[in-house]
Design a binder for this molecule. Structure first.
Ligand SMILES: CC(C)(COP(=O)(O)OP(=O)(O)OC[C@H]1O[C@@H](n2cnc3c(N)ncnc32)[C@H](O)[C@@H]1OP(=O)(O)O)[C@@H](O)C(=O)NCCC(=O)NCCS
Length: 253
């Protein structure tokens, strides 16, 4: 057998419907779909795809629910090509106590990747164990959220509390930003930003007036794009003798 005979080349009909597989005869009753996402999230990142497929308009109307798996590893958006659509397709829910282990696993990956951008390895190693343990109150406060994909994989977490982290102090009208983190495989696609917009809406509805955020040096840029202003450099005391240099930021709600 020739070496090339090992490969079977499947013939692909260029103009058949991705839903019903029937040929598309009337192009006026057909729609082009652009596959915009190839989520290789266990291996690498989501990679944008720019591949066109066809379907009957009637099949699209019957099948389209915003996003869906066409094959196990492919998601489509219709003619958008916009990265932000992906964040919209994730489920956003209030975090529950039973989510703790999954959130903490995700925090480990997110902080490890993020902190290395601004801090030395020794310090990262020292602070990681503290940053990856969630305050149990966050999982019952009702304003700490998770975003997950259709397989239930946690893509991000974050929220706000009236109580200041550590001291528990409450100041009228003030909310504290808590534990915003995005799984490295989902980072850079507007997921954190969507989560923040949700917090903003909820905080406004609750009559709060100002967000305060104790940020790591690595995340200042993220908070600035969300409208926060730097107040000053701070030292975040993680535990006896364990200090993370950070930044205090504020934003009106
Ligand atoms: C910071 C973090 C939550 C951002 O999440 P994300 O889902 O990747 O953010 P988004 O894709 O929604 O980015 C929103 C905007 O912030 C910008 N941004 C995100 N991370 C940034 C960074 N580290 N520096 C500068 N800008 C950043 C994006 O470019 C984007 O800008 P645009 O709207 O102008 O395009 C994520 O990188 C992370 O988990 N970091 C590690 C954990 C951490 O340090 N959390 C902060 C706790 S204090």
């Amino acid at each position: 057998m020739e070496e090339d005979d090992d490969f079977e080349i499947e013939h692909v009909e260029p103009y058949s419907c991705v839903f019903c597989s029937e040929p598309i005869e009337d192009e006026n009753a057909a729609v082009t779909l652009t596959a915009t996402w190839m989520p290789h999230w266990r291996a690498a990142k989501f990679s944008p795809l720019a591949q066109d497929f066809w379907c009957h308009s009637a099949c699209l109307q019957k099948n389209w629910h915003g996003s869906w798996p066409w094959e196990p590893h492919v998601l489509f958006g219709v003619d958008t090509g916009d990265d932000r659509d992906y964040a919209e397709s994730l489920a956003l829910t209030v975090a529950r106590p039973e989510d703790r282990a999954d959130i903490e696993d995700m925090l480990g990956l997110a902080y490890e990747e993020g902190l290395h951008r601004s801090y030395g390895s020794d310090l990262v190693e020292e602070v990681l164990p503290f940053l990856t343990v969630l305050d149990p109150a966050l999982l019952t406060c009702g304003t700490f959220y998770v975003m997950a994909d259709m397989d239930g994989q946690i893509a991000a977490c974050g929220g706000f509390t009236r109580e200041a982290p550590g001291s528990g102090e409450v100041i009228e009208g003030v909310a504290h930003i808590r534990h915003f983190a995005t799984h490295p495989d989902f980072a850079g696609f507007g997921v954190g930003s969507r989560l923040f917009q949700h917090c903003l809406k909820e905080a406004k509805a609750a009559g709060l007036r100002e967000f305060v955020c104790y940020s790591g040096l690595n995340a200042e840029g993220f908070y600035r794009t969300l409208g926060f202003k730097r107040e000053n450099l701070i030292e975040i005391h993680m535990a006896e003798g364990v200090i993370l240099p950070g930044i205090l930021l504020r934003r009106l709600i």
